[in-house]
Write a protein that binds this ligand. Structure first.
Ligand code: ZN
Ligand code: ZN
Length: 257
């Protein structure tokens, strides 16, 4: 049993699946993927994300506005809390800081990030954190806002071991995507080797970041298997063990399936 801890099912290119999300789900199930967390990136798209979680028993969802999202509404704590109380919603996010795409003018990102942490604390659900080129501010704001009380996951992790340790110290989990399979990701594989067994997660972040040997194609949850296999190889483990422990970790963080 495998769990894709982070995907965007509403954005998957359905063309190779005869236009049918059912077929995407079937291919995931055939690959041994028994559960998926479909992550929200805007309030405008949230109803679609929630609709997918309502339609499929093996999908949960989150509510949040991505730090790179500049089109839609900026959420208030109340916007997130009212949606976050829903039983289909297992987490708040994705949220965080992305200074790669918005290097200047990022006060609004920090405010939006704080809003998400406050909402997560109010509903008592974990956070899904997206962080890029913003290590110090991410950790500082998590601490200042008491994010250790709800914990969460550093999703699609691409940072240093020091950053991973700081997140682990706050009770956070570390999730690896297809990037861990990329040829030039040697340093990241070293981080994947060191994360403790009880804090490890895997994800596709589909439709983005298809793992080797599918690079360049539209990603989908079945391929979390390739991510887990690489993580297993790096850790000198096997796919079954990694599947079992990442499934257990998912349930520890996001609740029973
Ligand atoms: Zn992200
Ligand atoms: Zn994402």
């Amino acid at each position: 049993m495998l769990i894709d801890s982070h995907c965007h099912l509403d954005r998957i290119d359905l063309e190779p699946f005869d236009g049918s999300l059912d077929k995407v789900m079937d291919s995931a199930r055939a690959a041994g993927v028994d559960h998926m967390l479909c992550v929200s990136i805007s309030l405008e798209e949230y109803p679609t994300v929630r609709g997918i979680a309502e339609r499929y028993a093996d999908v949960s969802c989150s509510v949040g506005v991505h730090p790179g999202e500049t089109e839609g509404a900026d959420p208030t704590v109340e916007d997130l809390v009212s949606r976050g109380r829903d039983s289909l919603v297992v987490a708040i996010g994705e949220t965080g800081l992305d200074y790669h795409y918005h290097p200047e003018d990022n006060e609004w990102q920090r405010e939006r990030f704080r809003t998400h942490i406050r909402a997560a604390r109010e509903v008592g659900k974990p956070l899904i954190i997206h962080t890029r080129d913003a290590r110090e501010d991410t950790i500082r704001i998590l601490k200042e806002e008491g994010a250790d009380q709800v914990r969460g996951v550093m999703h699609c992790f691409t940072e240093t071991w020091e950053m991973a340790q700081a997140a682990l110290d706050l009770g956070f989990y570390i999730s690896f995507s297809g990037i861990v399979t990329f040829r030039n990701a040697e340093e990241l594989r070293e981080v994947a080797r060191q994360v403790p067994d009880d804090r490890l997660l895997v994800e596709t972040d589909s439709p983005y970041l298809a793992p080797v040997p599918h690079r360049g194609k539209g990603n989908h949850p079945a391929w979390v298997r390739d991510v887990a296999a690489k993580v297993a190889e790096v850790r000198g483990s096997d796919l079954e063990s990694i599947a079992a422990l990442t499934t257990r970790n998912y349930q520890q963080l996001f609740g029973a399936l």
